[in-house]
Write a protein that binds this ligand. Structure first.
Ligand SMILES: [Zn+2]
Length: 240
């Protein structure tokens, strides 16, 4: 049985650092889940206001980019089939997995009470493309530390109880971007939806044709031109 063959609709909360992280890391899986009837909420910790690159115009400012990237994320999430997108106001590039961020994420987990939590593996220092962004590592670390041992335990951050946020523990944590995956999903069917969603992040992808070519190279080794296959991998931890 597939590891995501849940018997009833699940509420899935995705906590990651930047607009475009959900689609890049696991967009095809999220598209598959929304189409299977699961409810998905994004909680992004920053608005990606430092996502400047070679195609950014000289007049661009972090504030303007922040607003644009929020719009891009909403458009991408709509294509994936996400129910709600929320942004925390942490500064892009400066995320630190400290107790304040942990408390903020515990609050989010207790507020949304997800069945399934998706984040990224904080141990991934190197990716195929170089050094993993420190915000990705910080977001993964703070989220994992929030899940365990704090989110489900009332004695952690008692001020959250006073705010009315009762303890809550997700049943499963799915870590994308892991170099030690224990779950591999064949998501060939929803790969085109991921691509379409990624194309909404116009400020980040540069030349569209080159981008599409780059994404094509993500296919599995056993792919052929007639039958390309795509996978997304996760480190999954189950608590029930
Ligand atoms: Zn990112």
């Amino acid at each position: 049985m597939e590891p995501d063959a849940w018997k009833v609709p699940q509420h899935i909360l995705v906590i990651l650092a930047h607009p475009d992280d959900p689609e890049f890391f696991c967009g095809a899986t999220l598209a598959r889940w929304s189409r299977a009837g699961h409810r998905i909420t994004y909680q992004l910790l920053t608005c990606g206001d430092k996502g400047f690159n070679e195609s950014t115009s000289a007049e661009m400012t972090p504030d303007v980019l922040c607003a644009i990237r929020q719009e891009e994320q909403l458009a991408a999430a709509k294509i994936i089939g996400v129910d709600a997108v929320h942004f925390m106001d942490c500064h892009d590039g400066y995320l630190v997995p400290d107790l304040d961020l942990r408390r903020d994420i515990v609050r989010v987990i207790r507020k949304f009470k997800p069945d399934i939590l998706v984040t990224c593996d904080p141990q991934t220092l190197f990716t195929l493309f170089g050094i993993n962004h420190p915000d990705h590592r910080a977001a993964g670390q703070a989220t994992m530390d929030a899940v365990f041992p704090a989110a489900g335990n009332a004695v952690f951050f008692p001020e959250l109880l006073i705010e009315g946020h009762e303890p809550h523990m997700p049943k499963e944590v799915w870590c994308s971007l892991s170099m030690q995956p224990n779950v591999t999903l064949d998501i060939t069917e929803t790969w085109p939806i991921k691509l379409e969603a990624l194309l909404q992040h116009k400020t980040q992808i540069g030349d569209i044709e080159k981008f599409k070519e780059r994404m094509k190279s993500r296919r599995t080794e056993d792919s052929t031109d007639e039958n390309p296959r795509y996978e997304e991998k996760f480190r999954v931890v189950k608590y029930s």
